[in-house]
Ligand binder design. Structure first.
Ligand code: 5GP
Ligand code: ZN
Length: 113
């Protein structure tokens, strides 16, 4: 989608440090990491947020989680990691292209702020 920074990353118009790419998803390092390892997994297809996902996209949503655990394994997050989807203003979403955060490399506090 025009004007979407994550679509621009998918299209290679904005550089990103990619860790995974396949026909459905792309994963890359967050530009402003909140933990020693902070990765984002996104669908190639533009979806503004989780609420936009339709029942017929359940395979895509499952795929994003499988990619999340693959990039966590690739990053050797043996102590564990956290997978987060922020949705909307109260959820802390700042980029309107669905993305799954993978955070690790240190103990993460719970609950989040
Ligand atoms: P949100 O706050 O929407 O859940 O997460 C958006 C994330 O995207 C933030 O953690 C932010 O640091 C990251 N981000 C924003 N712009 C860019 C960018 O241009 N490149 C990369 N790699 N990450 C970005
Ligand atoms: Zn997009």
């Amino acid at each position: 989608m025009a004007g979407c920074i994550f679509c621009d990353i998918v299209d290679g118009k904005i550089p990103a440090k990619l860790i995974h790419e396949d026909h459905l998803a792309v994963a890359f390092h967050d530009i402003s990491p909140k933990a020693p390892t902070h990765l984002l997994v996104i669908p190639r297809q533009h979806l503004s947020d989780l609420d936009e996902a339709k029942p017929e996209q359940e395979l895509l949503l499952g795929h994003l989680l499988l990619v999340a655990k693959e990039v966590a394994a690739k990053s050797e997050l043996r102590g564990g990691y956290r997978v987060v989807i922020n949705r909307g203003a109260d959820g802390g979403q700042s980029v309107d292209h669905l993305h799954v955060h993978v955070l690790g490399g240190r103990p993460l506090a719970w609950p989040p702020g």
